[in-house]
Write a protein that binds this ligand. Sequence first.
Ligand code: ASP
Length: 342
Amino acid sequence: MSSRRTFIATSFAAAVGAVAGYFTGKPGNETPHQERIAEDSSTSNSPPAEVYKKGLVISTWYHGLVANAAAQEVIAKGGRAVDAAQQGVMIVEEDPTGTSVGLGGAPDREGKVTLDACIMDDKGNAGAVCFMEDILHPISVARKVMDDTPHVMLAGEGARQFAIESGMDTVNLLTPESKLLWEEWLVTSQYKPIINVENHDTIGLVAIDLEGNLGGACTTSGLGYKMRGRVGDSPIIGAGLYVDNEVGAATATGLGEAVMKTCGTFLIVELMRQGASPQEACEEAVTRICEKQDYADFQIGYIAVNKAGEVGSYAIHKGFNYAITKDGKDLGMVNVGSYSSD
Ligand code: ASP
């Protein structure tokens, strides 16, 4: 039996365990979501191509609904998961009403919008940009770093310059609305990460295409009113996003510092490699943070998918959700279980 087949068999065994009520996270927090995913998983015991004939897309927060729709369109036409992920998150990057991604994103303390993004494909290729200003689609710059340079990450002015040289226009990302909010913030200038304020933080999206290949993208304007130069987890491969086509993919939202200190998405994929279901892996990654840090004042949310198309998710606090499109159907939002019962 090939190692991939062994993995699939293991993951389905884990799914059956989930149906029987086996969860590694804090007991008593099982949610309808977990039951629903467990039911879904229990109905399938075939290879990915048989299970997900029309692809699978999951992405963080409510803005995931529009992102998934765009990603699914790419998948339905036979496109690659990485292209689907890029196209999906671009919709959110260009939406001026979102205050945590791309255009209209909350600026740093000095009133400058700085963007972070990364992308990964099924071949293990990766690209990223961080601390980049004035460019509407940081994910497309990350893609170009991946495709057209020998590097993985470009930062700050270098990333901006690369984007311009690649033919992208500069734009003012600070909308009048986000400028006003920043000016209000300046009155107190108190920096405090806030949990789930408006339910539209970083967009992280992972997908499986019709070939059964994986891809993912993650993009953000980062924490509102951050220190100038601060970079979070979202552009860091293995923190905000990780994809291993043999195993699975995961993405993160929430306080980037906590994700970076635990290599969150790399950890989730490695746990899945060792046989954990996506649900078990997400729960373990959240638990590791909560056991070492005082988590009362910040949120982390993870979503993950394995090669078999099973989905998992977990958060520190209640309120995190994600959008799911499966077998070509928009299944709407899923509320995620949490470590903390507060
Ligand atoms: N993870 C992002 C960061 O730390 C923020 C978020 O998801 O809200 O920059």
